[in-house]
Design a protein around this ligand. Structure first.
Ligand code: ZN
Ligand code: ZN
Length: 97
């Protein structure tokens, strides 16, 4: 079905009403573009730009948050999914299989 509909107004005028992207506001999967249902949970440290001569460790921690669909995620545990790059990284960091 077309996302656009032609609506007839009371005075005889026509109006075209389009509904786009209202199904979900999910970001597209970073691999295949499908609507994502998962985010990369790999912890990352984002360094903020320090201003002035005094340098403080202006860091904030968060997660990678790359959007992934069910097929492209790498499930590493309960409610934990990594993107491909971080999945490889996590395997390298952890010597135990
Ligand atoms: Zn995908
Ligand atoms: Zn990631």
């Amino acid at each position: 079905m077309s996302p656009c509909r032609v609506m007839k107004l009371k005075d005889g005028a026509m109006a075209i009403v389009c509904s786009r992207g209202s199904r979900s506001n999910a970001k597209p999967c970073y691999v295949c573009g499908q609507p994502s249902r998962f985010l990369c949970d790999y912890p990352v440290t984002k360094r903020l730009v320090a201003k002035g001569p005094m340098e403080y460790p202006n860091t904030t921690t968060g997660t990678c948050d790359k959007p992934m669909c069910e097929r492209c995620r790498n499930n590493v545990g309960e409610n934990r999914d990594y993107c491909n790059a971080h999945f490889r990284l996590s395997r390298k960091e952890d010597p135990t299989p």
